[in-house]
Design a protein around this ligand. Structure first.
Ligand code: ADP
Ligand code: MG
Length: 313
């Protein structure tokens, strides 16, 4: 459905996108994961035809973005980082306006009301956009992308700036849209792409660091050697008991996260599963374990791990 070949974009000396290659199959939800400045928006702006690439090609449904831009553009709905909303219009007037400029061919009334239903903004259609919450503004942004019923949706950080409840709502809307759209979505939050996407591209400094399913990525990128354990008991005594464990490499107190307990990050020597000895030792000393889990990977951990793997190869 989407074919990106040898894509490069430079701004003078600065290479924003550095020779990127990937394809997206019809019906996929692909996540673009990377820190700020990684090149996510630049890549999306090129795919949607907003800016030209320095080198390389983009094809959507077989059409080249440079040779047949209008064929590509009518197949793509784009929600940019800053949605192009007109604050002084009502939701409904704005959607009618976008309908016009996109030259949408579907029946005007039914199509606009269908789209409003998809993103659940029917109730606010008569309100001025400037008076909507950030979550609803984002839905209106999604609605404008959906007008004309494009097969492909490109969504640039669609949950940025939303509160946790709005994030979950927008994610559910996107998952629903994924049933009959091909979607590329960018994010700098790992759990987010894991929750929504079937496949993830990790991009850093304009380069692809990894492409895989969220499951495989978390398998390759485990932090299983580091655990967080929450223990009730006097801190110095617990630390001593932890440091006495056979095979323990590292113990660090993290402070109190729950009354009468302290969280510790512990790390065992390679290939040692410390969990059972940990349980027996804490039990022997009478220090109840209130929680035990693997340390969550941050985006920084992931890049570190990916670059270390490259060096090892
Ligand atoms: P992301 O969306 O992943 O945060 P961007 O694609 O916005 O990253 O930016 C990638 C890099 O390109 C950054 O270093 C950014 O400063 C640079 N960049 C983006 N747009 C421009 C521009 N119009 N002029 C110069 N540099 C730019
Ligand atoms: Mg961006």
């Amino acid at each position: 459905m989407i074919e990106i070949k040898d894509l490069t974009k430079s701004y003078g000396e600065n290479i924003a996108v550095d020779n990127i290659n990937f394809t997206v199959e019809k019906g996929e939800i692909l996540g673009f994961l990377g820190p700020n400045g990684a090149g996510k928006s630049t890549t999306m702006n090129i795919i949607t035809g907003y800016i030209p690439s320095t080198e390389g090609s983009v094809k959507v449904a077989g059409y080249d973005i440079l040779e047949q831009p209008s064929e590509v553009k009518k197949r793509i709905g784009y929600l940019p980082e800053q949605p192009p909303l007109y604050m002084d219009m009502t939701v409904k007037d704005y959607l009618h306006f976008v309908y016009e400029i996109k030259k949408v061919s579907q029946n005007r009334k039914t199509h606009i009301s269908d789209v409003m239903e998809m993103v659940e903004i029917g109730d606010v259609q008569k309100r001025l956009i400037k008076n909507l919450s950030k979550g609803y503004k984002q839905r209106v942004g999604l609605a404008q992308a959906l007008l004309g019923n494009p097969e492909v949706l490109i969504l640039d950080e669609p949950t940025v700036g939303l509160d946790p409840k709005q994030i979950i709502e927008i994610r559910n809307v996107i998952k629903d849209l994924g049933k009959d759209h091909t979607i590329i979505l960018s994010s700098h939050i790992l759990p987010e792409v894991n929750a929504i996407c079937g496949r993830v591209i990790i991009i850093n400094n304009g380069k692809i660091a990894a492409i895989d399913t969220p499951e495989n990525l978390s398998k390759t990128l485990t932090n299983e050697s580091k655990l967080v354990v929450r223990v009730a008991g006097e801190e110095s005594h617990v630390i001593k008991a932890l440091k006495d464990l056979t095979g323990i490499k590292y113990v660090e107190a993290q402070g109190q996260k729950e009354p009468d307990s302290i969280d510790y990050i512990i790390e065992a020597e390679a290939n040692i599963d410390i969990r059972k000895p940990l349980f027996y030792a804490m039990s022997k000393h009478g220090y109840p374990i209130l929680m035990l889990k693997s340390l969550d990977l941050t985006l920084e951990d992931i890049f570190l791990q990916l670059t270390m793997e490259e060096e090892a190869m």
